[in-house]
Design a protein around this ligand. Structure first.
Ligand SMILES: Cc1cc2nc3c(=O)[nH]c(=O)nc-3n(C[C@H](O)[C@H](O)[C@H](O)COP(=O)(O)OP(=O)(O)OC[C@H]3O[C@@H](n4cnc5c(N)ncnc54)[C@H](O)[C@@H]3O)c2cc1C
Length: 457
């Protein structure tokens, strides 16, 4: 029987779902899959994006672990595509590759002053608080008033983590350095800015409602943001999600603390709608001193237009949560406008000709762009795998497809790769670190230590 030797690059949900779907699919050939990730731990943004105080979502790793533990997928952690292995190597040893490398960088926001000191990308902050090994261990949290630009769930995550008292994160898997950093935070006010109105936000109701439950944090909303036009009223009446969001916000309007004066909490979270950021002001040292925004208003078609009125909110720190962006991979086509690998339903295309690149596939955020929930990466993977199966005639014909050959290659290059057994060791080690304090786990943040524990050294 023919055998498909498949490399999957990226052990986030998209890569793991692709492996699972292929192994379960009806097909006329055998399959053997090697899954590569440049981190010594699998699960991508489920481990390094989803906030530590969202244990239910983090729990998706249990389903992903079941796929890996079935025993028919080899995991090669701590192996970076583009450095430790190249596309030519994969062509030499496999019939095809699926790239599932996701996105970890921030999209840019092109407004004057965005380069100020203490102006940060949300993705970097998320990587810090989730203990990503390749990001600094220290995060400056010396600002009393901070702004968060964005009206999606990542903006809410960032605002919540900034506003929450560190002790309320202690029961989570938050790394010790992050707990200490947040504990020392000087923050008193977190301002969230979105250019649209409450009926057009991208947050989901559950994540929004959570903000109202934070201990010792008052929610501040502004009556002027709730003068809905007909399009907003129609959106609220016709869309259940928008209806719930409106209900949550209206319930906050009713609180004594809603105007920012009547509350007793030591921290406040201010929601500014119809606020389009136009400039970041800097102090004499080049540090963020204020955000200038233009007040917008509904355009009666579900969007907004500028009013020309400028307002300024003094801040000492600013986070932009305006989207993630994929990174190019050496030798692989890249669409630098959208931050994705150009593709048709997961079949990778040349950048300039729309011609297919045989043997090369994409799935997840690097295929579709950084939007959507973990569940969406499953439907993505189904589409990509369907094409991979049907494309049997155009797979690569590798010179040496033996399973040992890639092991030999990595060893020859001195790559300190980690395998599934190694991940189990690290996983158990983290769980054991958390046990004395009744915590689910304490994450190991240092890459060398992750590798050392995984390799049993
Ligand atoms: C801050 C944040 C919070 C989120 N919260 C939620 C939530 O609560 N609920 C929800 O459903 N979804 C949430 N999401 C969305 C969810 O994380 C994504 O839908 C999902 O992780 C995308 O999966 P992916 O496999 O495409 O990418 P990723 O999860 O990014 O996985 C990509 C993998 O590829 C690896 N990789 C990258 N480059 C290379 C390379 N050169 N060589 C080898 N390996 C490489 C990475 O290390 C990573 O493991 C959140 C996202 C973010 C950013």
């Amino acid at each position: 029987m023919t055998k498909l030797r498949l490399a999957i690059v990226g052990a986030g949900p998209a890569g793991i779902y692709a492996a699972d779907i292929l192994l379960k699919a009806e097909r006329k050939f055998d399959v053997s899959i090697d899954l590569f990730d440049h981190l010594p731990a699998p699960y991508g943004l489920v481990r390094y994006g989803v906030a530590p105080d969202h244990p239910r979502i983090k729990g998706i790793v249990n389903a992903l672990r079941d796929v890996l533990d079935r025993g028919d997928i080899r995991l090669f952690g701590n192996v970076r595509f583009g450095e430790d292995i190249t596309l030519d190597d994969l062509k030499h040893h496999y019939n095809a590759v699926i790239f599932a490398t996701g996105a970890i960088r921030d999209t840019t926001l092109d407004i004057p002053g965005i380069d100020a000191d203490a102006s940060y990308g949300a993705a970097d902050f998320v990587s810090w608080y989730d203990g990503h090994p390749d990001f600094p261990r220290e995060w400056p949290l010396d600002a009393a008033s901070v702004g968060v630009i964005g009206n999606g769930n990542v903006a809410l995550d960032v605002a919540r983590v900034l506003a929450k008292h560190a002790d309320d994160l202690l029961e989570t898997e938050v790394p010790p350095n992050v707990y200490e950093g947040l504990k020392a935070s000087a923050v008193t006010d977190v301002h969230v800015f979105g250019r649209r109105g409450p009926a057009q936000v991208k947050f989901t109701p559950l994540e929004l409602r959570e903000l109202g439950e934070l201990r010792d944090v008052d929610l501040v909303v502004h009556d002027e943001d709730f003068e809905y036009d007909e399009a907003s009223k129609a959106a609220i009446a016709s869309n259940k999600q928008v209806m719930v969001i409106d209900r949550v916000l209206q319930s906050w309007r009713g609180r004594d603390s809603a105007n920012g004066a009547g509350g007793e909490a030591s921290r406040r979270l201010h929601l500014h709608f119809y606020a389009k950021p136009v400039e970041v002001k800097k102090d004499a040292d080049g540090r963020v001193s204020a955000l200038v925004y233009e007040r917008t208003r509904p355009d009666s078609e579900g969007g907004v237009v500028g009013t020309g009125e400028l307002r300024e909110v003094p801040l000492q720190g600013l986070y932009r949560a305006v989207g993630y962006f994929g990174s190019p991979l050496p030798g692989v086509p890249f669409d630098s406008t959208h931050g994705v690998i150009p593709n048709h339903e997961g079949q990778v295309l040349h950048e300039d000709s729309n011609e297919r690149v045989p043997g090369v596939y994409a799935t997840g955020w690097i295929k579709r762009g950084p939007v959507g929930l973990i569940g969406h990466t499953k439907s993505d993977a189904m589409e990509t795998v369907r094409h991979l199966i049907n494309d049997q005639g155009s797979w690569w014909q590798p010179a040496d497809a033996s399973e040992q050959s890639i092991v030999d290659l990595l060893a020859e290059r001195g790559v300190q790769w980690t395998d599934l057994g190694g991940w189990h060791r690290l996983d158990e080690h983290e769980i054991a670190l958390g046990a004395p304090e009744d915590r689910a786990r304490v994450k190991v943040v240092d890459r060398d230590e992750m590798v050392r524990v995984s390799r049993g050294e």
